[in-house]
Design a protein around this ligand. Structure first.
Ligand code: 1PR
Length: 561
C-alpha cells in the first residue's frame, strides 16, 4: 500500500468505505498535492512518509496549515506512522540547512551524522536495530536488518527516552524508532526493508479470514503487514537476537538493469561489453536480456539489496517523453520492496515546443513513479568541471538542486571512467595510481578519465577529481563503473575503487566486472566500497545473488540474508 501513487486517501480493502476504520490516509504534502488540514483531522489512521529535506518539508507543512493539524492529531493519540523524515519532523528542530524548527512533539535536535568517526554519510544501508521497549509494530520484523537512508538522526536523551522504542548504531547510537500509545515513527524504511513480506504471508500465518485480517491490520497499525511471514517461533528468536546481538552494517549486493529501447521500439534490459550493447552479428541488434519489470521482481525475490535501472540512452532521449521507462518504475515498485535507483537523462531540457523542463522536474517525476534515488551521469560531469574551474557553487546544477530538495541521500552520481595508462604520473594533472596490472606497454600508472554520453566522449577530468567535486556539490553516493572492466567478468577494478572510496566520505558502490563470487569478497576486503553492483552474471544466471551472499557470509562479511 505504501507504494501507491501519492494519494490522499486509500483503502486496504477494495470494499471499504470512507467511514470504514481500515481507510488509511497517506499524507503527501509535496508535488502540488492538494491535501488540507481537514484531511488530517478526519483521518482514521495516518501514514506520514515525509519526503525530502527537513526545511522545505516544514515550510510546506506550515504554509498549508498541516503542521498544526498534525500536532493535534498526534496529541489526540490517534493511529499514526511516521517514516524517515516523518519521524524527524516530530522533534524540536533539525540542523539540516538550519537550525529549522520542527513540530516540537519530541524533545531533541535532529543532527547530522559525524563522518569524522569513520562512518560514511549519508548512512545508506541495512542495519540491525536494538529494541528498547515493546513497539508493537517492530515485533514482526522478519529480517534482522532494516533499510536506512539518511544523513541526519536524533540522539537518545533523558528528555526523549520515554518515546524511544529502538535504537541503532552507526558511529553514533541513534533513535531508530519511537512509540507512544498509537503514535509510531521509524527512521528506517519498512516499505523498503524487504523481508519475506507480505500481506498474504501474514494472512496465511495467522489463518485469518478477511474480517479478522482487517482487524489484524487495524490492531497492528498497518506497517507490520509489510514484514515477514516467519513463524512465531522464528519471530521470537529474531527479536531476541536483536536484543542480544545488535549487528553492524551489512554490505549490499545490487542488481543493475541497463535499459533501452531496441530497434523494434521495445524497452528491454541489455548489457554491454565495455559499453557496447550491440551483438557482433550481421544484424548488429541490441542485446536483449529480458524485460525490466520481470527481472527487477526476480532480483528482489533472489535477495538483491537494491535494484538500479539505468536508462542508458537517456542522454539523448528526454526521460519525460519516455513514458515506458516511467511505467517500468511504477510496475517494478509494486513488486520490489527494496530501494530502487533510476538514472539516465537527468538534466534540464527544452522540448521541441520550447517548453523548458528543469532537472528537478525530471527527478520529481522519477520519484513519483517509484524511484527512491536518482542517479546523474553526464550532467554531474559538466557540473563538476564548472565547479572546479570557477570554485563557485552556483546551486543551479541538477545535482545541487535535486539534493537540496530531496536530500543528498537521494542523489547518486554515476561515474563512467576509462583507464588511461601512463609511464609517469606527472604526465597529467589528474590523480593517478600505480596499477596492479601494468598496461600493454608496461606502463605502471594510470589515471581514470571521466566520460559522458554513455562512454562516447572523454572529458578533461579524472574520476578522483570528479568524485571529490560531486561530494562537495551534494552527491550522497557514488556509483563507480569502469568501462574497461564492464561485462568482462574478470573482477572489479580494485585500484580504481580503492582510489575513490578512500577519497570521499560518501558511500561508494563498486561496479563493472563481477564474474564470480570471489570478486565480491575481494572488493569488500580490499577497498572501502559499501556495496557491489553486478549485471551480466545475474542476467545470464551464471551466479545467483543468493550464492554471492552465502559466499560473503562464509568469508565473514556481513550481509542481509
Ligand atoms: O549520462 O545521466 O544520461 O546517465 C546515463 C547512465 O547510463 C549512466 O549511469 C551510465 O553509466 C549508464 N550507461 C550509459 N551507457 C551505458 C552502456 O553500457 N552503453 N551503462 C551505460 C553503464 C554500466 C553498469 C553495468 C556495470 C556492471 N553500465 O551499469 O551495469 O558495468 O556490469 P557487469 O556486472 O556486467 O560488468 P546520464
Amino acid at each position: 500500500p505504501l507504494k501507491c501513487k501519492p494519494s490522499r486517501t486509500f483503502s486496504v480493502h477494495a470494499s471499504a468505505s470512507a467511514a470504514d476504520d481500515s481507510v488509511v490516509t497517506l499524507l503527501d504534502y509535496g508535488a502540488g498535492n492538494v491535501q488540507t488540514p481537514e484531511d488530517i483531522l478526519h483521518a482514521k489512521r495516518l501514514i506520514f512518509p515525509g519526503v525530502g529535506a527537513f526545511a522545505p518539508a516544514m515550510d510546506v507543512l506550515n504554509k498549508k496549515g498541516l503542521a498544526e493539524a498534525l500536532c493535534a492529531y498526534i496529541q489526540q493519540d490517534r493511529p499514526f506512522l511516521g517514516i524517515c523524515l516523518g519521524l524527524q519532523l516530530l522533534f524540536d528542530s533539525s540542523e539540516e540547512n538550519g537550525p529549522v524548527k520542527g513540530l516540537g512533539l519530541i524533545p531533541g535536535v535532529v543532527g547530522r551524522f559525524d563522518s569524522s568517526n569513520g562512518c560514511r554519510v549519508p548512512h545508506i544501508g541495512w542495519n540491525a536495530i536494538k529494541l528498547t521497549k515493546d513497539s508493537e509494530i517492530l515485533d514482526d520484523i522478519g529480517s534482522s536488518h532494516v533499510y536506512f537512508v539518511h544523513s541526519y538522526r536524533a540522539i537518545p536523551s533523558e528528555d526523549n527516552k520515554e518515546w524511544i522504542s529502538s535504537t541503532c548504531n552507526y558511529g553514533d547510537n541513534f533513535i531508530a524508532s519511537v512509540r507512544r500509545g498509537n503514535v509510531h515513527a521509524v527512521q528506517f524504511h519498512p516499505e523498503k526493508s524487504g523481508g519475506k513480506n507480505s500481506l498474504h504471508a501474514v494472512k496465511k500465518r495467522d489463518k485469518m479470514n478477511s474480517t479478522s485480517y482487517s482487524l489484524f491490520l487495524l490492531y497492528h497499525g498497518l506497517v507490520c503487514s509489510l514484514y515477514s511471514g516467519l513463524s512465531f517461533a522464528e519471530v521470537g528468536l529474531s527479536v531476541l537476537r536483536r536484543f542480544l546481538y545488535p549487528k553492524s552494517e551489512a554490505t549490499k549486493v545490487i542488481a543493475c538493469l541497463d535499459v533501452r529501447t531496441n530497434d523494434n521500439g521495445d524497452l528491454i534490459v541489455t548489457k554491454g561489453d565495455q559499453y557496447d550493447v550491440r551483438e557482433q552479428t550481421a544484424e548488429n541488434e541490441v542485446r536483449n536480456l529480458g524485460k525490466p519489470v520481470d527481472l527487477a521482481g526476480q532480483y528482489y525475490k533472489d535477495g538483491a539489496d537494491e535494484v538500479s535501472f539505468l536508462n542508458i540512452t537517456g542522454f539523448r532521449d528526454f526521460p519525460l517523453g519516455d513514458l515506458p521507462m516511467l511505467q517500468v518504475l511504477r510496475y517494478a515498485s509494486e513488486n520490489c520492496f527494496v530501494p530502487l535507483t533510476v538514472g539516465g537523462g537527468i538534466r534540464d531540457f527544452t522540448d521541441g515546443n520550447g517548453r523548458h523542463y528543469s532537472s528537478l522536474e525530471v527527478a520529481s517525476e522519477y520519484f513519483r513513479s517509484g524511484a527512491d534515488k536518482i542517479s546523474i551521469g553526464s550532467d554531474a560531469v559538466y557540473a563538476a568541471e564548472e565547479y572546479l574551474k570557477t570554485k563557485v557553487k552556483t546551486g543551479k546544477s541538477s545535482l545541487e538542486q535535486i539534493s537540496r530538495v530531496y536530500g543528498n541521500q537521494a542523489v547518486v552520481v554515476s561515474i563512467d571512467p576509462r583507464r588511461v595508462y601512463l609511464r609517469d604520473p606527472n604526465e597529467v594533472e589528474f590523480k593517478s595510481v600505480k596499477v596492479t596490472n601494468p598496461g600493454p606497454h608496461g606502463e605502471e600508472y594510470a589515471w581514470y578519465q571521466c566520460t559522458v554520453n554513455g562512454g562516447r566522449e572523454g572529458r578533461p577530468i579524472g574520476a578522483y577529481e570528479l568524485a571529490k567535486a560531486v561530494e562537495e556539490l551534494g552527491a550522497g553516493e557514488i556509483l563507480l563503473n569502469c568501462i574497461d572492466c564492464d561485462g568482462q567478468g574478470k573482477g572489479f577494478d580494485i585500484d580504481l575503487i580503492k582510489l575513490i572510496s578512500d577519497a570521499v566520505s560518501i558511500p561508494v558502490i563498486a561496479s563493472s566486472g563481477a564474474g564470480a563470487v570471489e570478486h565480491f569478497s575481494e572488493v569488500f576486503s580490499k577497498t572501502n566500497a559499501s556495496a557491489a553492483l553486478a549485471a551480466g552474471i545475474f542476467h545470464r544466471k551464471e551466479v545467483p545473488i543468493q550464492s554471492v551472499k552465502e559466499y560473503l557470509l562464509k568469508e565473514g562479511i556481513e550481509v542481509r540474508m
